[in-house]
Ligand binder design. Structure first.
Ligand code: ZN
Length: 228
């Protein structure tokens, strides 16, 4: 066997580091109760063509680095047993060149809003400043049958302008220019949904006035597109 070249060694080290970061991200989501059993998936774009993605059917916080699959941006499997929900991730990578990482999880309170209020197009964002400053708004993407092309198709009207979305009766999806941004987005969705739920339970939602909302939206535009 020949020794690996320095560039091969570097590539392997980078890959090992990325696999470790993906598992750490899954542990963070699991600790926050955003994943149950084999739920959710995390992906990371490693080149123009290739994407790392967590495997189907396993509890993501407890996988081994070698379980992480490799697929191409046009959905060919290079290694492993990738998640059946990968069409959602691929829709983001195909539509958004700035997307480096995509996170899909099942945040309970966020999903509950889509079940209790099926007519809602987005989480009520005019209730609190932090939601507007950090993501602008959190739309609720119409329901798609699991494993169908609609999972990716339904996202298209929301891309690239939304990086944090609830998927009706199913879960949520975020993307970012880093893995951390995408994971932060998922936390932001559930945290916002939980605050709104508590307010709703305590006596009902109240809203910022139009002037405050307009100022917060202007500030958000100035801050850029990243999830904060
Ligand atoms: Zn799911």
């Amino acid at each position: 066997m020949t020794n690996p070249t320095p560039s091969q060694t570097q590539k392997t080290n980078t890959l090992n580091e990325l696999q470790g970061k993906i598992i750490t991200a899954a542990q963070r989501l699991y600790a926050r109760n955003l994943l149950a059993a084999g739920d959710g998936n995390i992906s990371f774009r490693i080149s123009d063509q290739e994407i790392l993605i967590t495997p189907a059917g396993k509890a993501k916080a407890f996988i081994e680095p070698e379980d992480i699959a490799v697929i191409t941006i046009d959905n060919k499997i290079i290694h492993g047993n990738p998640s059946s929900e990968r069409l959602m991730h691929l829709a983001v990578y195909q539509q958004c060149p700035q997307a480096q990482s995509v996170v899909h999880a099942h945040p309970p309170t966020a999903i509950a809003w889509s079940i209790a209020y099926p007519e809602l197009a987005e989480l009520p964002n005019a209730c609190m400043s932090e939601l507007i400053i950090s993501v602008g708004s959190i739309p609720i993407v119409p329901y798609a049958k699991p494993g169908t092309d609609a999972m990716g198709q339904n996202l298209l009207p929301y891309l690239p302008q939304h990086r944090a979305m609830i998927l009706a009766r199913h879960g949520a999806l975020t993307f970012g220019e880093s893995l951390e941004e995408a994971v932060n987005g998922m936390e932001r969705i559930e945290h916002s949904a939980e605050i709104l739920w508590r307010a709703q339970s305590l006596g009902g939602l109240t809203y910022l006035d139009d002037q405050d909302v307009a100022e917060l939206k202007a500030l958000r535009t100035k801050l850029g597109e990243k999830i904060l």
